[in-house]
Structures are given as structure tokens and as C-alpha cells.
Design a binder for this molecule. Structure first.
Ligand code: FAD
Length: 524
């Protein structure tokens, strides 16, 4: 008789190491040994509609290929099945005689609904479902409960809650070998990982591929950084540079986002390096960075409408402009604001898919409360499309921070699109790399090319307003106007004018969520 089948459903968590749900698919129940079938569901609706740029598609497909290769090395393979998860499982549970289904917990709202549907379907078919937490270091439900059934809304509070849990459990090893699926399925091409061409992903316009997807690459990258003992011990986020030519932080974010890397493994590898040595501490240390991730995940899991302004109880209601056709917004998105530092960052984002955290600060502040007064929700959408690491909770949480809508309230601390970049790159090498049209501009004018006399522009072969845009706003003027608007929004006054209708209808809440922690969070 055919063995009963256990499916491990890969969604995020595209890895073999530290994958407790995969390991539980291998456990026998009573006398039954299962035939394991590792499945990834590719939903055509998602392929067509999701806000995913070509760079992230490439990363995902590479991650699936790597997973398939690694599964083959231990006797199995990946089954990529096309369809909506509900349709796929309706079919597979019956046709494959499935008795057990395992997957990793996903806290994103749409994922929770999807998973609930699948659990109900499984129950109808008497299939046992096992879910495990492994996308985050901590079980966020436990964090929520330990904080009195509410999400901790400050980093300090979050730290104090998780401190009670002690040291996180060690990461689990990858399985040594897996039971072989039946021969016909093992060889069937129907379940192969699709090619980018099959998905009609157009790679034109992308830069050099710097961060290939997959668990193998994630572990190489983790090792590369963990081998630099002094760098790890001294890591302090504010001292890293937004505009270095080589990344000044780990760029492990895309791997953590897709679960090619276990955050628990990263946590323990960092501690293997720093324990017993002098080292930096959270929030600025490398462990501190992982805790930011956990913090935003907890908020994302338990704050309603976390990715929106409307209906989001922690988000200040600010009357931003929210027209997706707004010309300032489009200029920002296309890297054509006339501010080279901002445009270089947006070009790096579009072509390479990763930008430094402080570069994200600069462009997010510029779009919102700094210069353009455009809604953070529109900025969030652009990041969602273009970032390799686009991550629902982290993207929303950080956009709220930068727009001073939640978590951070010192709205008067604005990044200058001129002075900020100069601090770490006086001569504008970074700008010249991403905006070669400015490469012959003298350092004196590289951050403010509109100030260059015409003779200098001619000599540099770049006329401002013709070869490179004139600045779309005057920062000094914009900042003053926006500060006044922020002040008004914070005081709870209604904005008049041609702004966001939703915001106009709502009163800005007067309650500031966490004024006493701003001093601490400034260090972030
Ligand atoms: P490192 O400094 O090497 O940190 C290690 C890991 O810690 C990161 O890979 C990441 O998983 C986590 N981490 C670091 N900083 C943060 C942070 N501020 N918040 C949460 N986790 C953090 N990060 C994403 O992964 N996805 C996003 O969609 C995302 N959107 C952002 C939007 C804005 C407006 C801003 C300001 C930041 C955003 N971040 C996002 C956070 C942060 O910029 C990136 O995680 C970080 O730059 C990734 O680079 P790294 O891996 O080299 O980070």
C-alpha cells in the first residue's frame, strides 16, 4: 500500500536549516512513516497582481532553485504547484492521500486568513496540521501575551518583555536526508521551478546582480560577516554609511525576508562572536538590528491596519498629499528630484534592490515631512515593489517612523538632502556611481548642481534643467512649510487645503504614544 503523505508547505522559510515545521513533517505518528513532499505554491493571481519588481522575482526564483537543489542533495525535490493555495490543496490533499501538512507561522494579515482557510480544509479531510514559529526569533504570540495582551509599542518595552524569555533556543540543523518521493513524481517536470521567462519577468534596466537568492548564498554571506570578529563586536548602526560604494552593513535582509536565513541562527552566530569580548549593545549593535526586526513584527502582528494610516490606532492622522499622479511623487520615484543624493539612492534602489538603512531614512524623510509632503503609504508602495527585502511589517513600521507618524515623534529633526550625504562622502563618489551624468561635476557642486555657474556645467558636460533636472523644491522653504504643517497635525488641528480626503475627515489624535523614549530611540 502507498505510504501516507506529509506535505511541508514552503512559503517564506525557504531553507533547510532551522526549519522546525519541515522536521515535524518527518516525524512518524503511531506506526506511520510518511512520504514527504516539499511543496511551494505559485499563485498566478500573485504573479499578475503583486507589487513585486523584477529584482525580487529573480531573487525568489533563485531561492526556489537553490532549495530544490539542496533538497535533491538529500534525496528529495521541491514540487512547485501552480494555482491558488486553496485550489492547490483541495486537489493535492485528495490526490496524494495526504495525512499531514506542516508550515511555518506567518503573521501577515492576508497570510493569516489564507492559513486559516487551509487549516479548515485540512480538518475537513482529516489531515493533521502542524505549524511552527521560525521566521522570527521569538514567538510573537508569547510576546503579546507576556505584555498583557497588547503589543509592546516601544523598543525598550519590547526588550524588557523578551528579556523574560531568556536566551533563545539554538537553531536546528538541516535534516541529513529525506524520504524519497515516489519515482514518477521525483522525475516529473510538471513541478519544476519555473524560469523567469515563464513568468514574463523583464530584467531590462536592472544593474549588476549583487545579491543572488537562496539559502546557500545566505550562509556564505553570514559566514563572511561572522568571520570579521572585530567588525561584529564594534558594529554600531549610526556609524555605518548610507553612501559607501560597498555596503557598510550585512545585506542579510533579503535572505531574512524570504527565510533563506534563520534569524535564530544569525542571533547565535553573532553571540558566538561577541560573547566574552567587548562589544556594542542594542539598539545599535547587530543583535540590536535583529531585535528591531522582531519589534516591528510584533507590532505588525497585533496593531490593526498596520500598513495604513486610516484605522491604524498608533498612526498619526496627517493630511499628506496622496495622489499617485502627483508630479513631485513621480519625480521622487523616478530619481528625478534634482537633488543628486536623493536621486542616486532611488537609482540604486531601482537597479540593485537594496539601499542602506540611513539612505532609506534620507529618501523617506524627503518624500514625507521633509520636502514633498507626500503620504508615507505611497512611499511604502514604491519600496514594496523595488526592495529585495520588502517586508510587510518592517516596511510599514519604518515608514511610520520616518514620517513621524508613529514610534518617532521628533518631526523637527529633518535630514538635509545636501548636508547628510556629504558627511560620509564629501566628493560625491556614490552620486557619480549612480548618476554618471554628473560624474564630471566638481565636488564643490556635486550635492547642489544648480549652484554651479553655466561655464562649470558646460565643462562638466551636463546642463542643469536639460541633462539633469532642476531641483523640484527648495529644501529650505519646503522644510519650513512642512514643519508648520507637522506642528499643526501634532496639535490635532484639521488641515485645510487640497489634501488627502481621508485625513481631512479625521481629527489628528492628540495622544503621543511614546514621548519619553525618543531620547533613547534617537540612537537607532
Ligand atoms: P543590518 O544592519 O546588517 O541588520 C541586520 C538585520 O537586522 C537586517 O537584515 C534586518 O533584518 C534587521 N534590521 C536592521 N535594521 C532594521 C530596522 N530598522 N527595522 C527592522 N529590521 C531591521 N527592512 C527590511 O528588511 N524590509 C523592508 O521592507 C524595510 N523597509 C524599510 C523602510 C524604511 C523607510 C526604512 C527607513 C527602513 C526599512 N527597513 C526594511 C529596515 C532597514 O533599513 C533594513 O532592514 C536594513 O537596511 C537591511 O540592511 P542589512 O541587512 O544590511 O541590515
Amino acid at each position: 500500500m502507498n505510504k501516507p503523505v506529509a506535505i511541508h508547505w514552503f512559503r517564506k522559510g525557504l531553507r533547510l536549516h532551522d526549519n522546525p515545521a519541515l522536521l515535524s513533517a518527518l516525524e512518524k505518528v503511531g506506526e506511520s512513516h510518511y512520504e514527504l513532499r516539499p511543496v511551494f505554491v505559485l499563485d498566478p493571481w500573485f504573479v499578475k497582481n503583486a507589487r513585486v519588481g523584477p529584482n525580487r522575482w529573480r531573487f525568489l526564483i533563485q531561492s526556489l532553485q537553490d532549495l530544490d537543489n539542496n533538497l535533491k542533495k538529500i534525496g528529495s525535490r521541491l514540487f512547485v504547484v501552480k494555482g491558488s493555495p486553496l485550489d492547490v490543496f483541495k486537489k493535492l490533499l485528495k490526490e496524494w492521500n495526504v495525512k499531514k501538512l506542516t508550515f511555518e507561522v506567518d503573521i501577515e494579515p492576508y497570510a493569516k486568513i489564507r492559513d486559516e482557510e487551509i487549516k479548515q480544509l485540512a480538518e475537513k479531510h482529516s489531515v493533521s496540521v502542524i505549524t511552527k514559529v521560525s521566521h522570527t526569533i521569538y514567538d510573537l504570540e508569547q510576546v503579546y501575551k507576556a505584555n498583557g495582551n497588547k503589543p509592546p509599542l516601544t523598543y525598550v518595552k519590547f526588550q524588557s518583555v523578551v528579556a523574560k524569555f531568556g536566551t533563545p533556543e539554538k537553531a536546528l540543523d538541516a535534516p541529513g536526508n529525506l524520504p524519497k518521493p515516489c519515482q514518477t513524481l521525483l522525475l516529473s517536470e510538471d513541478y519544476n521551478v519555473p524560469l523567469l521567462e515563464d513568468l514574463r519577468v523583464d530584467l531590462t534596466g536592472l544593474g549588476k546582480e549583487l545579491f543572488p537568492g537562496g539559502e546557500s548564498e545566505a550562509l556564505i554571506r553570514l559566514n563572511k560577516y561572522m568571520n570579521q570578529q572585530e567588525w561584529v563586536c564594534k558594529f554600531s548602526k549610526p556609524d555605518t554609511s548610507p553612501n559607501s560604494i560597498e555596503p557598510s552593513t550585512t545585506v542579510l535582509s533579503p535572505y531574512l525576508k524570504f527565510g533563506c536565513l534563520s534569524p535564530r541562527l544569525m542571533y547565535h552566530r553573532i553571540h558566538d562572536v561577541i560573547d566574552g569580548r567587548k562589544h556594542t549593545s542594542p539598539p545599535t549593535s547587530l543583535t540590536g538590528q535583529l531585535l528591531w526586526r522582531e519589534f516591528y513584527y510584533t507590532c505588525g502582528a497585533y496593531v490593526p491596519n498596520f500598513d495604513k494610516m486610516e484605522g491604524n490606532p498608533i498612526c498619526k492622522q496627517i493630511p499628506w498629499k496622496s495622489d499617485p499622479e502627483d508630479k513631485h511623487y513621480l519625480a521622487w520615484k523616478d530619481g528625478k528630484t534634482g537633488y543628486p543624493f536623493i536621486d542616486a539612492i532611488m537609482t540604486q534602489l531601482r537597479t540593485e534592490g537594496w539601499i542602506h538603512h540611513l539612505a532609506r531614512h534620507a529618501v523617506a524623510c524627503f518624500l514625507t515631512r521633509g520636502d514633498l509632503w507626500v503620504s508615507w503609504e505611497l512611499g511604502q508602495q514604491v519600496f514594496e515593489e523595488l526592495l529585495l527585502d520588502a517586508d510587510w511589517s518592517l516596511n510599514a513600521g519604518n515608514w511610520m517612523w520616518l514620517s513621524a507618524s508613529a514610534f518617532f515623534h521628533q518631526y523637527f529633526r529633518v535630514y538635509s538632502p545636501i548636508a547628510f550625504g556629504k558627511k560620509t562622502d564629501k566628493h560625491g563618489d556614490y552620486i557619480k556611481k549612480y548618476l554618471p551624468v554628473l560624474k564630471k561635476f566638481p565636488s564643490e557642486y556635486i550635492y547642489e548642481p544648480w549652484k554651479a555657474p553655466l561655464s562649470v556645467q558646460q565643462k562638466a558636460g551636463c546642463i542643469i534643467g536639460k541633462d539633469y533636472p532642476k531641483r523640484i523644491v527648495d529644501h529650505d522653504i519646503a522644510v519650513k512649510e512642512n514643519l508648520a504643517k507637522m506642528k499643526q497635525a501634532y496639535q490635532g488641528h484639521k488641515e485645510e487645503g487640497p489634501e488627502n480626503e481621508t485625513a481631512k475627515r479625521k481629527k489628528a489624535p492628540s495622544k503621543d504614544t511614546s514621548p519619553k523614549i525618543t531620547k533613547f530611540l534617537k540612537k537607532k
